[in-house]
Structure formats: C-alpha cells, structure tokens
Ligand binder design. Structure first.
Ligand SMILES: N[C@@H](CCC(=O)N[C@@H](CS)C(=O)NCC(=O)O)C(=O)O
Length: 228
C-alpha cells in the first residue's frame, strides 16, 4: 500500500490514517507531497491530482485501487484488515465510534480554522486569545470534552472505545491542537490527550513532523518563521 500525505507538521487529515496504520503495523510506503501551494498548478496539486480527483490528501493506493477521503480510507482498512480491531468489535460501540468520527469529519470548523494543526509550534498566547474571543471555539472544546468524557466513561478507557482505534486516530489532531495552543480542557480530556500523544503511531508522527524543519507560510497564521 501507498499513502499520500502532506507535511506532517501541518496536515491533520493525513495524520489520521497514518497513525492508524502505524499503530496496527500495517505495511505501507509513505509518499509525502510537500505543501508548496494549494492553487491549481502547484506542485502539490499536480502530484495529488495524478491519483485522486479531489486533489486532497490523504490518498491510499492499494494494488491499483485508489481510496481518497479519510473516512473511506479508515473503512477500507477496517474491512481489509478485519483481524485487527480498527473499529470496536461490538455493533453498538462501533455505531457510536462511527458517530464520533462522522461528527469530527464534518464539524469543529471553528477549532480547525482558529487553531490549525502545527505540531512543532507552542502558541499558548494565541490559544488564550482565541478561547476568550471566539465563542464557537469554546463550544467546540465543550463538545470535544463531552464526547471524550462519555466515551471514556462507557468504555473504561484508556482510549475512547477501550483500545486504540479509528476514533482515537480521528481525534489525534484535536489532541494536538489542545497541546500546541495550550487550550483549556478538563482533567479527563487532558489525560486522554497525553495518552494519545504517548501512543506509538502518534509518537512516530510527531518525531517525523519535528524533523521536517519546514515553514509553510500559508499554513501559519500566527508565526512569521519557525522560531517566531
Ligand atoms: N475530507 C477530506 C479532507 C482532506 C483535506 O482537506 N486535506 C487537506 C490537507 S490536511 C488538503 O489536502 N488540502 C489541500 C487543499 O485544500 O487544496 C478527507 O477527510 O480526507
């Protein structure tokens, strides 16, 4: 299998299938397509459009089959590697895990827009300002804490549905935003963020993201250089 991804420091959608595949030790070659620009004709668009109609990453290629969009990739992997519990085994838990992922997939716009993924950055002042000024970000954070709290209580943890799976991969970039921007969350959510960031796929992703040493200006609303 091949997985096309964007810069690890910035690409939250790429992070999800990558950490999932690493966690379950599914063999794949990574193809990193640098974000040089997102306009038509950029090297990024030209490369991704060779394989995927959306021109977006991530894209999974398996023996000539092209699967794009994170949710479709997660579902494909769960079926293809059904010996691994990518989704919870119970039908009710699986339905709930899918609900959480679908809500993430189409929601949390304020958190995503105001706190774009930036693994290497430490921006607690921005986080403080954004949570003070943006009611929609506070709402997103409330919702995240409620859904994590309910799932962790029902499963007993340590991950949302017991062991690490698709739902956790889905929320790993949210956990990353809470860390990068020092966003205020309750102790249950903070503990979950730390467990996510101690899990093997996420540890590997963060290590690679820090090694990129790249600065993509259009993904940097709050910094003018890597040091700023
Ligand atoms: N719904 C898509 C979203 C993918 C997406 O927006 N990917 C971003 C990178 S994190 C991208 O490729 N952006 C390029 C662009 O917007 O042109 C998925 O889940 O895969």
């Amino acid at each position: 299998m091949q997985l096309l991804i964007g810069n690890k420091n910035y690409s939250s959608w790429s992070m999800r299938p990558w950490v999932l595949m690493r966690h379950f030790e599914l063999a794949f070659d990574e193809v990193m397509v640098r974000f040089d620009g997102l306009e038509a004709g950029s090297a990024f668009k030209r490369r991704v459009e060779q394989v995927a109609p959306t021109g977006l990453v991530p894209v999974l290629i398996d023996d000539g089959l092209v699967v794009w969009d994170t949710l479709a990739i997660a579902e494909y992997l769960a079926e293809r590697f059904s010996q691994h519990p990518l989704w919870p085994r119970g039908v009710r838990e699986r339905a709930r895990a899918r609900s959480l992922c679908a809500e993430m997939h189409s929601g949390f716009a304020a958190l995503r827009n105001h706190c774009p993924q930036n693994i290497e950055a430490s921006l607690p002042d921005v986080g403080r300002r954004v949570t003070q000024e943006q009611a929609a970000v506070r709402d997103d954070l409330q919702r995240v804490q409620a859904m994590w709290g309910e799932a962790l209580q029902a499963s007993g943890g340590p991950f949302l549905f017991g062991s690490f799976g698709i739902a956790d991969a889905y929320f790993a970039p949210v956990a990353g935003r809470i860390r990068s921007y020092g966003l205020p969350v309750d102790a249950t959510a903070q503990g979950y963020v730390e467990r996510i960031f101690g899990s093997p796929g996420v540890v590997a992703w963060v290590r690679d993201a820090l090694a990129e040493r790249d600065f993509v200006a259009f993904d940097e609303p709050y910094r003018t250089s890597r040091e700023a």
